[in-house]
Design a binder for this molecule. Structure first.
Ligand SMILES: [Zn+2]
Length: 328
């Protein structure tokens, strides 16, 4: 009890501190005698919506929920990565949509316009060094630990930041792909995003731009003048168009992926949603399917979600405040 209160106080003070500090992504490790809870960076909390500390009774109920399950299915969204310093799209006040007019590229526009591809890759090129440096936080590590002890049957994430994989999760489907890979739209070629970065640099030896804005997919804002003269690489195998291996807005998750996730869900006995408002249908459909299969559903998210009416248990708190406290 005392430890939990100490942790909550620590997070509250950290959050206040981070909101007053200018945006920076320098790592700051929190030292405290009160807890061993790991906090990646104080600045990480810039993109975490304000929330009350987790209620002790809520934590106990969620713990009972997780303990009862033998084959837990977990869905995560942007809310699990905001504590790593990556913004989400929709959170009130701190999400990309609230802070900026910047909107993600639509798949059809990317396909049809070389100017839009040039803009996309120039912005992505500038955002990649920072985006690729983000680290898993305590929530990613907790779920990786649940897999290691056999609690977790399957993990589905809507995030393209690969942080679950970086945290050691293997039983994971990246529903919307990963920004760490680049695919050709005309042949089967797939290359690591880091290799794409080298190719872009090679083609644009003197081009340089900087931006402070960051979106959940490594996109940053640049002016048209900044983008001038930027050259986009094509596939070395066939000359085709290169695109991050992520599902763009306006595109659909591949059917085999959806079928596979449904199979994993059928094999599971309970569902936990962590850090997602479930506004996007690609994830919501699995919650709906879990309800149809009469599987118990718990939702852990700051603020309301589209799945609240289907949930048996709702905890409105920060993932990093709750998940590490669950004792299996
Ligand atoms: Zn190709």
């Amino acid at each position: 009890m005392q430890t939990i209160e100490a942790v909550s106080m620590l997070f509250r003070s950290l959050r206040n501190l981070s909101r007053e500090a200018p945006l920076q992504l320098l790592p700051v490790r929190c030292q405290s005698n009160a807890t061993s809870t790991e906090v990646n960076t104080a600045a990480n909390f810039h993109f975490v919506p304000v929330s009350d500390p987790a209620d002790l009774q809520d934590i106990e109920e969620l713990q009972d929920f997780v303990r009862t399950s033998k084959r837990l299915f977990v869905i995560t969204g942007a809310g699990i990565s905001t504590e790593s310093g990556i913004p989400d799209y929709r959170s009130e006040g701190v999400g990309l949509y609230a802070r900026s007019d910047n909107r993600p590229v639509q798949y059809a526009d990317f396909l049809s316009s070389s100017a839009i591809r040039q803009r996309y890759w120039a912005r992505n090129y500038v955002g990649w060094p920072k985006f690729s440096s983000f680290s898993p936080n305590v929530s990613h590590k907790t779920l990786s630990g649940w897999e290691a002890v056999g609690k977790l049957h399957w993990l589905v994430t809507q995030n393209v930041d690969s942080l679950h994989v970086k945290a050691g999760s293997r039983k994971v489907t990246e529903l919307h792909g990963s920004a760490a890979r680049v695919m050709c739209l005309s042949c089967p070629a797939v290359i690591p995003r880091h290799d794409m970065q080298k190719r872009i640099k090679h083609l644009n030896p003197v081009w340089h731009a900087e931006s402070q804005e960051m979106a959940p997919d490594a996109d940053v804002f640049l002016t048209p003048e900044q983008i001038e003269g930027f050259t986009v690489p094509t596939c070395t195998q066939c000359g085709g168009i290169l695109k991050p291996q992520i599902v763009f807005f306006g595109d659909n998750v591949a059917k085999p992926t959806v079928q596979f996730v449904h199979r994993m869900l059928e094999e599971s006995d309970a569902m936990l949603v962590a850090g997602s408002s479930l506004q996007v249908y690609s994830a919501y459909r699995f919650v709906s399917a879990a309800r149809d299969q009469k599987k118990p559903i718990a939702v852990l998210n700051i603020g309301p979600t589209r799945g609240d009416k289907l949930a048996d248990l709702k905890v409105s708190a920060r993932c990093g405040d709750v998940l590490p406290q669950i004792q299996l």
